[in-house]
Design a protein around this ligand. Structure first.
Ligand code: AMP
Length: 213
């Protein structure tokens, strides 16, 4: 079963994707994580996208489609969770073509609905564990012990370079201009299932599980 988690930055796509990996053995394909990995390992592509990402703009379709194509052919599990991909209509068409080539299809597109004020608050306090990727928040989900990951005990807490007010504005603008048309696109295809991304994490998990069955 292959699914897309669709929603603006800060909607909780990564958190829900990680849960589905844990409970269902699905494979999370986050183009944001792949690009950040390329950026921190200093590959040529990583250097090319670094400034674009920090500013909150979308990188080119060609780059992200290439990343997804590579993973689709090299990874396997109980289905793929596309997290942060597709973000443009061209990416959505490319994904349909790639899946068809592999004899696969898309099961559901989960739209995570969150209002804009809530996004700004969520993103402003967000930090993650640099070792296991667990996501925390200064106010709503702090670590039990200051600076120490509850899950793996690491003290490598990180804040994303693009989680600041300026890039967030650009990321939201990019979302509304280029990504939100995908809601209509998948609705028209009959694949779209909305969930309330403002509910607490466990409630959102339950709504997604009810949809996936
Ligand atoms: P994310 O972690 O999904 O919020 O992505 C972080 C940044 O990576 C975005 O603001 C973009 O600069 C870039 N990015 C991630 N996924 C895509 C995509 N599918 N298309 C274009 N740019 C992307």
């Amino acid at each position: 079963m292959n699914i897309i988690l669709l929603g603006p930055p800060g909607a909780g796509k990564g958190t829900q994707a990680r849960h589905l990996v844990d409970i269902r053995g699905m494979v999370q394909l986050s183009t944001g994580d792949m690009l950040r990995a390329a950026k921190s390992s200093g590959t040529e592509m990583g250097q090319k996208v670094a400034a674009i990402m920090d500013a909150g703009k979308l990188v080119t379709d060609e780059i992200v489609i290439g990343l997804i194509e590579e993973k689709l052919t090299s990874e396997s599990g109980a289905g793929f969770i596309f997290d942060g991909f597709p973000r443009t209509l061209a990416q959505a068409d490319a994904l349909a073509a790639l899946l068809a080539k592999l004899g696969q299809s898309l099961h559901t597109v989960i739209e995570m609905r969150v209002d804009d004020d809530a996004l700004v608050k969520r993103i402003a306090g967000r930090f993650t564990c640099g070792d296991c990727g667990e996501v925390y928040h200064d106010e709503t989900k702090p670590t039990a012990a200051e600076g120490k990951c509850d899950v793996c005990g690491s003290n490598k807490m990180q804040r994303r370079a693009d989680d600041n007010a300026d890039s967030l504005r650009t990321r939201l603008m990019e979302y509304y201009k280029k990504t939100s048309p995908l809601i209509g696109y998948y609705y028209a295809k009959g694949d779209l299932r909305p969930v309330n991304g403002l509910a607490d994490i466990i409630e959102v998990q339950k709504s997604i599980e009810a949809i996936l069955g």
